[in-house]
Design a protein around this ligand. Structure first.
Ligand code: 5GP
Ligand code: ZN
Length: 110
């Protein structure tokens, strides 16, 4: 089973920050910034392109939830990233937003 589906159903533990019946946020197991939060829809969708086509209402709810979680993190700015596909660096095929912050982030990204 998909690792993020397993986190969603509680069969794999995670440091959960917030959630509701449709979405959840938890801390990345391998953080690349002092604040590194992963936000997922509980339903399995492979990537942001498929999610916006299959369930645009859920995609909108996910983005509102991302904004709320990022605001509550009390950081001085943040970045929201959807790694997508091979060149995008996506390693887990369950759509997720990364919220990154807690340090000055470089641009352009690597
Ligand atoms: P991607 O590389 O697909 O954009 O992001 C996947 C993210 O999920 C990575 O940052 C990775 O550290 C994180 N991750 C993978 N497995 C787990 C896990 O079991 N628990 C948590 N909390 N994060 C995970
Ligand atoms: Zn999944």
């Amino acid at each position: 089973m998909c690792i993020f589906c397993s986190i969603s159903d509680g069969s794999i533990p995670a440091d959960v920050i917030a959630g509701d019946e449709r979405v959840m946020a938890f801390r990345d197991i391998s953080p690349v910034a002092p604040s590194h939060i992963v936000v997922i829809p509980r339903d399995h969708h492979p990537n942001i392109v498929e999610l916006t086509q299959a369930d645009p209402e859920l995609a909108g709810h996910l983005m509102s939830f991302v904004a709320r979680v990022a605001t509550q993190e009390n950081i001085n700015g943040f970045r929201v990233v959807f790694n997508t596909g091979d060149d995008g660096g996506q390693t887990v095929e369950h759509v997720h937003a990364h919220i990154l912050g807690g340090r000055s982030l470089q641009w352009p990204p690597g």
